[in-house]
Ligand binder design. Sequence first.
Ligand code: SF4
Ligand code: SF4
Length: 447
Amino acid sequence: MSDAETPDDYDVTDDSPAATGDDEFEPVQVFPESEDMDLRPGSDDCYKCSTCDTNCPVAEVDDDFPGPKFQGPEQWRLKRKDDHDIDDSVMKCSNCMRCDSACPSEVPLSQMHNTARGSFVENQMDKLSPEYIRNRILSNYRTSAWLASKVPRLSNFMMNFGPARWVMEKTLGVTAERDFPEFAEQTFREWWVERGGAQVENPDKRVAYFHGCYSNYNTPEVGKAMVEVFEEFGYEVMVPDQGCSGTPMFANGMLDDARRHAETNVENLVAAIGEGADVIASCTSCSLSLRQEYPELFDIHGIEDVSEHTYEALEYLRIHEDLEGELDGSEVDFPDLAYHAPCHARNQGLDGQAIEVVDRIDGVEAEDVGDSCSGISGTYGWKAEKYDLSMEIGEEMFEHMEDAEGDVGMTECPTCAMQMGHGTGYEIRHPLEVLEAALVSEDTSSA
Ligand code: SF4
Ligand code: SF4
């Protein structure tokens, strides 16, 4: 007889229907109250349809990865037993979040994965292991990028210097197969200060730009395009102090690091919201992080406010402006584009919008290359042991890009852009750069 069936658990009293002669059925309380059973919200919503498993790009190429259903609801159930360790396979999940959007029961899979990964790293990972040190360095990209941006030319040379890359692969497990992204000679924030900040003042139309690390240190042209386009629509752009969005930290279980950055971001973005701004991001992983992962993982004053006021940049213009109307009749000489929708754009329901928007512009032909995952998933494809898997996942996208008319790529995600360029040799542009070319006249652009 199990514990649950011991006579002590039966609530049979003199008030029972049999004793009182009352016909109304009173169920016997066999199990303790559900709150005492530690059933995490969501785990019981899973009815094991396996849709998440069939949508997981990592499970498709890695036979040792048990998939999102196991990483999510199954792990939660197992954790009810106090002595259960988190299975180390959780570190193979790339945090692409495709399982999140695939689940018909809205099981909060990525929240479960992020929490399990955080617990695994905190309690089970050797903090002196090369894997931990490598993951910490990769996920704190902002710190290395800040340092590298002080001497961009030297950094660009050193980061791609063959012997240095060989040493990095052998000691830390950072693949030598990829070229490090170039650091800009002038960061976005340096440009912003040199420019004198916002050129439009408008207390009725304000946006706070969350540029993220990559637009700041590597592709300031994306940030500049964002500013020019929004000013063209009459917005006053604010650029609050900010840290990393936390995306690479969530994927590596570095939740303490992520929380530190989240605290800075929430404090500064809440202040901007207080001045009438909405928050916009040009990177779909940054907008997803501020919108979904922050409130799922942290309890910080104002975090819900930030979540509710955050938008991806094109999404914001489509909601608040007649973007399509403005673009109708515009003409620009731009190369044909092979567009890849990042998984994190898909998760926010934004996967179709870039094509819809740029198709309005005469002279721009953009083709969607399908719904496959690019395979790099931030830091995942930078790990030596994951490099081949990452390229295998990306194979379908590379082929579709090569079949498409254009030989220039387009995407909103900086790491997808790295993978697209790496797999095809194409130059990759951001949709905001296309909008800038179509909407911002040469003489008003200070880019
Ligand atoms: S898709 Fe959702 S309901 Fe289906 S197995 Fe996965 S978690 Fe469970
Ligand atoms: S987040 Fe992506 S890699 Fe991780 S389990 Fe879900 S689908 Fe698979």
